[in-house]
Write a new protein. Sequence first.
Length: 498
Amino acid sequence: MSLSIIFTRARLGIDAPLITVEVHLSNGLPSLSIVGMPETVVKESKDRVRSALINSQFEFPARRITINLAPADLPKDGSRFDLPIAIGILAASKQIPSETLARYEFIGELALSGQLRDVTAILPAALACGNKHRTLITPSNNANEAALCNSCQVLGAQTLLDVCAHLHGTKPLTKATAVTPKPIEQPLDFIDVKGQTFAKRALEITAAGGHNILLYGPPGTGKTMLASRLPSIMPPLMSEQSVEVSSIYSLCGYHYKQWNTPPFRSPHHSSSAVALVGGGSQPKPGEISLAHHGVLFLDELPEFQRQVLEVLREPLESGEIFISRANAQVRFPAEFILVAALNPCPCGYFGSTSTQHHCRCSPDIIRRYRQKISGPLLDRIDLHIPVSHTKSSELQSMPEGESSTSIKQRVLLAREIQSTRQGCCNAELTKKQLQTTCHLNTPELDFLNHAVDKLGLSARAYDRVIKVARTIADLANKKDIQKQHLREALSLRNFDRQ
């Protein structure tokens, strides 16, 4: 029977659904048709495949060729289907053996000469292929990246002829080995930061519990300097997390080289909502997904358009983003620590103790400036930290700050306590976990209820204060949350009360 079945993978967000390429040769006028919701690039593959087969010294069947990409209701895009289509035509025309094809999945673009060209989103495909216990055959340029998935055997090939020689058993392809990038030493260190003890303490709590933080203060006080050093005290990524981050970067067409290092993304304030959360006609990850398991730093927060900032509200709660389009709905992970920085007013000097600069903004201007940040978004930020000026005379006499290495040791100990107790960091505690792991005794509960009522905090802020207090207790290696931990947690949240 002139029918062959080849397995490959499509691209659908962070997932790689299985695609079955069915090739049927029948009598009739010579033609080639592709069905199964192919996009323009997929339709054009018939010309690339024809030339690649002929230039590789294969016979292109002069018959009616029908190619079905199943499931037919899933849109297919990109040039990744060239290789499986070519293999399907060769198998259906008996030019290569078809007995072992069920053990493989094929992904790759074909040049007219028969060379294989690399494609994007190869790592998600390798992860899905490994789950089905099949071997993935890809272009050589993709093979090392795909081999980062330990559960999948990956074979890299330079040409279509190499793939066919392997299937014939005359010249087996070499198994690709992952070249794991070496962890990059952080060039930024907290030892460079003099003073700002309060802000550094807050960033330590942020790293230990995975909390969101807002830094506000006049220009030049070191907000950006502090924020950029947060990754240096965060726990390194585990292997599974590194693969997940690399998969997201693979969707965008480039390789994540900072293996085991939490990503740090700092988009410009002119970024659109699509750039921030992802989207487009063919949805791609946005900055919040590229910051997965890392830090998203939004400098000059009020300069972002308000509607752009509002799209952050759901991902900050759920840790993922769903993008719906007419033909598909895709999901991208987005578990990140939000670090925001802003000036207290448009001129930047409201509340400044500097004798050289005085605020020139009226109360109405300050209010309109701060209203660019909505209450619901501000409510999702756990720590609000003022960063004030340090006198130049004091800077000269100040000793070096504490190094990131020593701070990181305390953060790692706190994270280990959290992992043993609940299996996640404190910022990710569910309501049920909050009740079991953050139990408050009667004096502490009365103190918190009185403080929350007096400060007018919301129910969400109430829970977040408890989570921050739990992190402070973990840093102090205390089993129970004490009143001093609650007091410090409340002192770290005051911008929404100004």
